[in-house]
Design a protein around this ligand. Structure first.
Ligand SMILES: CC(=O)SCCNC(=O)CCNC(=O)[C@H](O)C(C)(C)COP(=O)(O)OP(=O)(O)OC[C@H]1O[C@@H](n2cnc3c(N)ncnc32)[C@H](O)[C@@H]1OP(=O)(O)O
Ligand SMILES: O=C([O-])CC(=O)C(=O)O
Length: 371
């Protein structure tokens, strides 16, 4: 038996949800560029769950179902108030809160297809309420109830600030949600599939996935990018800061990818939005710094930016707290997690690879007094 570090290049399952072939990303055969330029996030959710685009009435029905299920149990909101709020990372709060949702869902253990689809809607609807409510509660503010006539992207921004978002903000946020919705067998999606392949429930799968997304080598990188931009502070500081990291073999967050070689097709959309929004906010230095970082890292290491790099300055320009960047990733990616969980259930086999043992050979037990 020989092992492959990090399972690189191993094809672990078949899937008809999204594909990355020759650096082109598609959701159910639709190019990500096409979807980002044209689709609402709700259309993409429907696409991932049903493997086809909805017609007008199917889309209206999904939007209604999402709006109807956005409210979260009061017990979960009250629980936020018991957290040591100044120490808790919002991803940890989200992980705990999603786990709590299962406690208040009478159908949590019902594994029928109908119940699972309903849980998918519940999770997609409630995750944005959880993230926005947590953000408000920790600032001593009351959560804002969703407006049922707003789309998913607009509702998130509205529940976060309590104010109606501008059109350009909704457009940018919708694009970001579309871009983050699914990505083949990334670490968090694989985690979700491993979890539910034991025939555990959807909530357990999503809680596991949130845990995997949190790490800085995966979804947690977007927050780290913003931390880096804040530390660098001015365009003049970029070269020395980045050169120092590269010389010391410190990874630059938001660069590199296990699968893409020429580049992540999502990054250009976020770069474009970053330019637009930072200019609008009078903070174009963030965009200029990002472009210079890209020039250096790509020039020296041949590592292009991934989805997390320009999303940082985009979310910052939407006045979103930096530690909410990764929870926002989760709010979008739960659509993909759920699609993969449902696909896993539909043709399940336990996921159980082997490990190549490299420890000591056979040893004989030594009584404790002789050690
Ligand atoms: C949504 C997402 O999850 S996208 C990814 C988000 N994560 C990040 O942006 C974190 C920074 N990037 C990375 O850590 C990596 O590029 C990953 C985790 C994304 C991919 O990792 P892997 O395919 O396992 O590549 P690995 O970490 O083995 O790196 C290979 C080589 O490239 C270097 N490298 C990879 N990424 C970077 C980076 N961002 N900055 C500097 N060097 C890098 C490594 O140091 C290593 O160099 P070496 O061979 O001299 O030791
Ligand atoms: O696919 C990956 O390894 C990471 C990634 O870009 C994502 O999850 O969007």
């Amino acid at each position: 038996m020989t092992s492959t570090r990090g399972l690189e290049g191993i094809v672990a399952t078949q899937s008809s949800i999204s594909s990355i072939i020759d650096d082109t990303l598609t959701y159910v055969g639709y190019d990500i560029d096409d979807l980002t330029n044209n689709a609402s996030f709700e259309e993409v959710v429907y696409l991932l769950w049903h493997k086809r685009l909805p017609n007008a009435s199917e889309l209206a029905e999904l939007k209604q179902q999402l709006a109807d299920n956005m409210a979260v149990p009061q017990e979960v909101l009250n629980h936020f108030k018991t957290y040591p709020i100044d120490k808790v990372h919002p991803m940890s709060a989200l992980r705990t809160a999603v786990s709590m949702l299962a406690l208040y869902d009478d159908a949590a253990e019902d594994m029928s297809e109908e119940a699972n689809y309903l849980k998918a809607i519940q999770l997609q609807a409630k995750m944005s309420t959880l993230v926005t409510a947590f953000s408000r509660v920790r600032k001593g503010l009351e959560p804002v109830a969703p407006k049922t006539d707003l789309g998913y992207a607009a509702n998130f921004l509205y529940m976060l600030s309590g104010e109606m978002p501008e059109e350009i903000e909704v457009e940018a946020f919708n694009k970001a949600l579309v871009l983050h919705a699914d990505h083949e067998l990334n670490a968090s999606t694989f985690t979700a599939r491993v979890c539910v392949a034991t025939l555990s429930d959807i909530y357990s799968g999503v809680v596991s996935a949130i845990g995997a997304l949190k790490g800085p080598l995966h979804g947690g990188a977007n927050e780290q990018v913003m931390k880096m931009l804040t530390e660098i502070d001015t365009l003049d500081n970029v070269d020395s800061y980045i050169q120092d990291k590269l010389d010391n073999k410190v990874k630059i967050m938001g660069f590199g990818h296990r699968v893409y070689r020429k580049g992540d097709p999502r990054a250009k959309h976020l770069r474009e939005m970053s330019q637009k929004l930072t200019t609008l906010r009078g903070e174009s230095k963030l965009y200029d710094m990002s472009v210079r970082i890209e020039e250096i890292v790509t020039g020296q290491k041949n590592l292009p930016p991934n989805v997390d790099f320009y999303s940082a300055s985009v979310y910052h320009s939407l006045n979103i707290d930096h530690d909410l960047f990764t929870p926002i990733f989760a709010v979008s990616r739960v659509s993909g997690w759920v699609a993969h969980i449902l696909e896993q259930y539909s043709d399940n086999r336990l996921i159980r690879p082997r490990a190549e043992y490299v420890g000591p050979g056979m040893q004989k037990y030594i009584p404790i007094e002789e050690r």
